[in-house]
Design a protein around this ligand. Sequence first.
Ligand code: SF4
Length: 460
Amino acid sequence: MKSPVLPSRELLERYNRPGPRYTSYPPVPFWSTEFAEQEYRAVLAEVAATPEDTLSLYVHLPFCAERCAYCGCNATVTRHAHVVDRYLDRVERELALIAPLLGGKRKVVQMHWGGGTPNFLSAAQTRRLFGLLDGAFAIDRSAEIALEMDPRIGTYEQLVMLRELGFNRVSFGVQDIHPMVQTAIGRIQPIEQTESLYRWARDLGFASINLDLVYGLPFQTPEVFAATLRAITELRPDRVACFSYAHLPQSRPNQKRVDASGLPEPHVKAGLFHQALAAFAESGYSWIGMDHFALADDELAVAADERKLHRNFMGYTTRPTPHQLALGASAISDLGGTYVQNDAALGRYQRVIDDGRLPVVRGHRMSDDDRLRRLAITHLMCNLELPYNLGRAEFGTPVGETLADEIVRVQAFAEEGFVELLPDRLQVSELGRFFIRNLAMELDAYQKPGPARPLFSSTV
Ligand code: SF4
């Protein structure tokens, strides 16, 4: 991958609208809080009616040893093992409510444990949870089985156990290696810790290792971030996610502890991301979607080249499944085009389960129009093109006809150099990748003009 040119400050400011990341369409704020448990049960019955469909499985494990100041996840700090045990009791009950409705032991081809900190679980708790899932589902031998790990509490023994259970993918949180940045975000993690865990994971044969970075953190100057990028590219993980830091202390009180005096200006933040693009390009990585990178021979990079990349709540994937079932507090399922979210409040999630009910707080059943737009947005954001014939096989009428007006608006970005117009498709240019959300928003029927906020602002 060659490194794309950084857009001018003027362009970045002109297209300074906040936009969804489109992990779902419509985005979560447009789902209904009236979506009831009965509807969830009805959707599960529909899944049961297609027993040959495979599943992806997500489990949310919200516990952490301490709260990092910059964190935007649904996480709960505890030092007590019994708190985790009680949570696992509820996940077990949730599973007991759901599994019979799915009509038998369904085949799982992808499983992801996210958090929080999944490796906060003890060995016994990890084995217990894996055993529960293994008992309720037919986990395919070639399934992608992944979890997120905090290297600060990761051990060699933990990795050995995970491999023994069948985990073959792992993602380590890094963010930035500089002590000054780490102090400002309340997460001290010496690089040696990350390196040890990484090398052990390699030695133990994990098929894919991902590292997470964050740009736009306080005191993250170009020199500071260069050191992080050097250390990470030297390790040579298969994949890297490089997320933008969103500083929203009003809605995330823990971020009040972040030393905001050092937050970079939007154009500096844009420069940091551009620096990441250059560093990964030089090291043989492909730029995937908005903010991911994969070694050029990684299946994600190959799929992106072949325009076959997909995306779901678990991230980019080459294996789309019709149903993603999610368990645990705050977890989001996508079952054949119906989104369902569990209560994020741990206490309420547990109480509802104790009452023998499913802890649904919102959901959305996609219309045909939603499905077509989701297809168009996902294809545009993953594969950087919009073939006008897209959707013909599934919907009878392709996007070029159904979304003709919207496509004209996306085509208009050719004047800025964001898209190239080919006879049968529009293609996103390298410059246009920086504005991919602006392009996608033109295809979104739910978007209304929002308040201006810089693209690389620390509050996006
Ligand atoms: S960043 Fe990760 S480890 Fe830190 S509090 Fe959030 S979920 Fe927990």
